[in-house]
Design a protein around this ligand. Sequence first.
Ligand SMILES: *Cc1c(COP(=O)(O)O)cnc(C)c1O
Length: 405
Amino acid sequence: MSVIHPRAASTESCEPVPFIDLVAQYQTIKEEVKSAVDRCFESQTFILGDEVAALETEIATYCDSQFAIGCASGTDALILALLAAGVKPGDEVITSPFTFFASAGAIHRIGAIPVLVDIEPHSFNLDPEKVEQAITSRTAAIMPVHIFGQCAEMEPLWRMSAAHDIPIIEDSAQAIGAEYRGRRTGVLGTIGCFSFFPTKNLGGAGDGGIMTTDDPEIAARLKRLRVHGDLGGYNHVEVGFNSRLDALQAAVLRVKLRHLDAWTEGRARNAERYCELIEANGLSDVVKVPTILPDRRHVFNQFTTRVVGGQREKIMKSLKEKQIGCAVYYPIPLHLQKCFAYLGYQPGDLPEAERACAEVMSLPIYTELPASHLERVVEGICMALGRQSNLVFPKAVAQLQRRAA
Ligand SMILES: *Cc1c(COP(=O)(O)O)cnc(C)c1O
């Protein structure tokens, strides 16, 4: 066995490490996707139809829900779900300030009021205690966001939901296949909302979304809301939207759904490797790896670390100079977004969300990420901090140390 020089990884391969590489994923499923797309063109059915119905059945099975209803995007899924859950203009909906904009944007869009409460520092998810404190007589829904692919703490929310008769709408856009105590997202509340944006764990070839529920009346309402409130036969019982899922998207998504669990396992393996390398390289004092809670299946839409001691900008600048992908999700908490100034929040109001925004750094996590690239990411962090990375290959080094001893 040859000795691995500390700088071996960087001198061997200097190609960029992209943050995400959808081309690499496509290479593994190209033929399947092409034949699915061909099937759509042969049928010349492009909107809803058999492909969408089949995807709906398959997603319902995957999430263990009674119904799944496709729509045009994850954002639309949230909007339709809020309406179907009976949320009215002026009502309050409690959600997280530390999420993609659409979570609160959807609430605003239907004329309701986003009530943003602080997050748990260890999970980046809604803090149930803060949710409880925010419930008023006008609260019409609670919207937990399973951020980065790990479920929010649900049990206290279930208790609040039952006690106050408030529906829970899951923003599961980042969390398809994630589990809380053995149950999948999509059935952890009244309605689950998923996004098929291309960079999500299950991503289409464009925009798309789906909603899951066990309630037949809600399912029927979601189905008509996506087609202008039409009951069928141009009977418009309410004003809805044009928010349908394309057959082409459904056909592609059906192919990808078959691979989803294998991809999720790949992401989890990469996450484990990062944790191992960050620890072994003595970086844990600066780079805090994500907390994986014991009663959950984390699907790692992102691998999001916390960089403490104000070193994030230095590390990210250095990684970017080496063309190593890294990203901040999210730099500005929603309560401090300009468009939500009318809500009246001030800096300091939601300190954990603000601290998260100042500290988070996400690293490349996609399944096809080569092991050598993952090692380069960690080595890049070592170099940014001016530290030796001679433990980039901890297993090999441990072996050598054992032999030397
Ligand atoms: C991606 C995302 C959405 C929106 O989904 P789109 O399909 O892009 O409309 C909503 N919420 C969260 C948390 C997301 O990550």
